[in-house]
Ligand binder design. Structure first.
Ligand SMILES: Cc1ncc(COP(=O)(O)O)c(C=O)c1O
Length: 298
């Protein structure tokens, strides 16, 4: 991420941004966050992201002293001040500063951090050639807790899974529910499978309800859409696979890497439905569809 970002803390521009070491976000990862991007300078799905941030905070009992409308207005105003052509926006809300101790009641007011950076996108080969995913059992801090489905900041399991994925030559980990062998989601993404003319994605259980996922489901046309569990066995036999996230949109998956071996997805190249869905998604969000990310010159 570029150093040229701008930061606001509790609504104030911070030229030299710092938070207290007694902030529970630092001490315990006791916080929630959102990542938003702009298209044509305008934040996409701002209302949905802010609503999810508020839901995430509620799920882990962080009480917010501002409304969704106030936070939206703050983000829009900061974006205008930042003035980047396209922006990456990160909003972090921690439970706040408090005396040492695990008890959440020790915290005072939530800390709100807004970071805006120029948007940088994945390199061309990610889209042109597709990527490998590495399959890992999901044993995450929030699994089975009230924080399930919240975008809580404790990503330790996700980042360790990403490290393992990279060590196995893969781009992204994909979590499997170890209790039933069902595919859940990527380290920072949702996953989709295409079987013939049917598009399938796992239900919102033990996963983050991705905003890109929702818009991909809305934009996909000409395919039957099913939201249902996918076993790992079925996942690896799909004709096409792809992952979705706010910054990356739609990324084709062409290899499924497991400790026991590697599977090629379909013909081992990004499939026609994945391409069509990515195009439909960009049209849906009002982004240019010529050239597409896999067509950009390197
Ligand atoms: C665990 C997880 N699942 C899914 C997603 C995709 O969500 P969205 O499309 O809202 O970016 C993310 C994004 O960071 C994530 O961290």
């Amino acid at each position: 991420m570029s150093e040229a970002g701008m930061v606001w803390i509790d609504g104030q521009r911070a030229v030299d941004p710092r938070v207290s070491i007694y902030d529970r976000g630092f001490l315990y990862g006791d916080s929630v966050f959102e990542v938003i991007r702009t298209y044509g300078g305008k934040p996409f799905g701002l209302g949905e992201h802010v609503a999810r941030l508020h839901r995430s905070a509620a799920k882990i009992s962080i009480e917010l002293s501002w409304t969704e409308a106030e936070l939206e207005a703050e983000i829009r105003s900061a974006l205008r001040d930042a003035g980047f052509a396209e922006s990456y926006i990160r909003v972090i809300v921690t439970r706040g500063v408090g005396a040492l101790g695990l008890d959440p009641d020790l915290a005072d007011e939530p800390t709100r951090v807004l970071m805006i950076h120029p948007l940088t996108l994945p390199p061309l080969p990610v889209y042109r050639d597709g990527v490998g995913v590495y399959v890992v059992d999901s044993i995450r801090a929030t699994d089975g807790t009230s924080a399930e489905g919240a975008k809580a900041s404790n990503y330790l399991a996700n980042l360790l899974a990403l490290r393992d994925a990279k060590r196995h030559g893969a781009y992204e980990p994909v979590f499997i529910d170890h209790t039933n062998g069902e595919v859940l989601e990527g380290g920072t993404s949702n996953v989709f499978a295409v079987f013939g003319d049917t598009l399938v994605t796992p239900p919102e259980r033990r996963i983050l309800g991705g905003i890109t996922r929702k818009h991909v489901l809305a934009a996909a046309s000409g395919l039957q859409v099913r939201v249902e569990p996918i076993t790992l066995e079925r996942f690896r036999s799909a004709d096409e696979l792809f992952l979705t996230s706010t910054i990356r949109e739609v990324v084709p998956i062409v290899r499924v890497v497991e400790p026991s071996g590697e599977h090629t997805v379909g013909k081992g190249v990004p499939g026609p439905h994945t391409r069509a869905i990515h195009r439909a998604f960009r049209a849906h969000v009002g982004a240019p569809t010529h050239p597409m990310p896999w067509e950009q010159p390197s």
